[in-house]
Structure formats: C-alpha cells, structure tokens
Design a protein around this ligand. Sequence first.
Ligand code: FE
Length: 228
Amino acid sequence: MNASALYSISYGLYVISAAGDGAINGQIANTVFQVTSEPKTIAVSINKQNFTHGLIRASGLFSVSVLTKDAPMPLIGLFGFRSGRDVAKFEKAEYFTAPGDVPVLRESCCGYLLCRVMQEIDVATHTVFIGEVTDADVFGKAEPMTYAYYHEVKKGTAPKSAPTYRENAAEVAAPKSGLYRCAVCGYVYDPAVGDPAHGVAPGTAFEALPADWKCPVCFAGKDRFVQV
Ligand code: FE
C-alpha cells in the first residue's frame, strides 16, 4: 500500500469550539466537510483526548470558524498546538458567543457555522460528529485557508493528535539547512527573519536567543529545537 495517497486529499483549516461545564475552548481541525444540503449537515473528526471533544459531548453543540489565509501562525499555534486544559485560549483571541454559550472565533476568520450534534461515530482514536447547521454567517471576502496552503506557504505541520498527522512532516516543512526546527510543531527559526513579534530582530542567531525564548507557534522551549 502506498499510504502517501492519503496526502493528496484536500482540506481546509478550521477552529472547532464548544462550551460545557463552565468552560469554553476551541481547537484546530482540518477534517470538516458538508454531508447533506437538506437538512444542512456537516461532519468533523475530533481526537477523543482533546479537551474540546469532552465539551462537544457534554453540550451537544459546536461551532466551526473558517480560518483565512492570513491567519497568523501564533493564532494557529494557540488553537492547534496547545491544550485548553493548560491555557484559556479565548482570553487571547477575539470571539463572540453564539446561542448555547458556544464561542465562535472571530479574528482571522471569514465565516462560521453553528451546529447541533445529530450523531456520533466512534472511529478508534477519534469521534466523527455529525452536526445539523443551526446558524451560519460570512464575515467578508477574505479567502479561506486550505490545508495545502498551511503546509506549503505557512510551513505548518500537524500535531500528533490530528487525524492527518505525518511522522516526518517537520522535515518536509524545513527544506533548507542551517536553520533550527521546533521538534514539537515543525516551526523553523530562520535567523535572517528573527522573531520580530517577540522582540527578536532579523539577523539574530539561534544561539543568541534569550534562554526563555519560546517557539512562537506552540510555545515549546528553546531546548526543543534541533538544527536542520
Ligand atoms: Fe513549536
């Protein structure tokens, strides 16, 4: 079997959010698709270990925010590489609250869907939630992010909890040598670019970064980086 055929499947990139037991959270997912048009239903695959999984089961509601191409990597890192058990993600992002207390990420998104769970399908490590769309809107004309764009242009990878995780994706995302790559998320530190968002000027060598500098995508420590 040539399993690399799986990599030719196209996806978008979304933030799936839910509320339950007094908490709200959201997480990145690429596995969203429309199932039927009447009624309007969609499916999303969520890892059973993710915090959002429990919130969806508890409430029976979730939202899908469609990320745009210009979504910054720190935002993707916050929702994609950190757990809602450790960080209050929505304290760091612009959102609004839909009926049922469901949070909807607003920033860097071009639209959203609000869904009520109709059915769950147990698939080994993941649950596929089938949701009826109860509300939806578009925010503008910005282009949605595709999973291919995320990998090729944004140099992003998938965490181990993602259904589309690839063992060697970090190498794929770091074709140049002489750089440092985050072993957790695949972000590549390029000294020519630096990390201006966190006060690191272009031209700063990786070795010269402060000891408490963290990966701008997943917030892993400097010790998790390896030379490419
Ligand atoms: Fe990282």
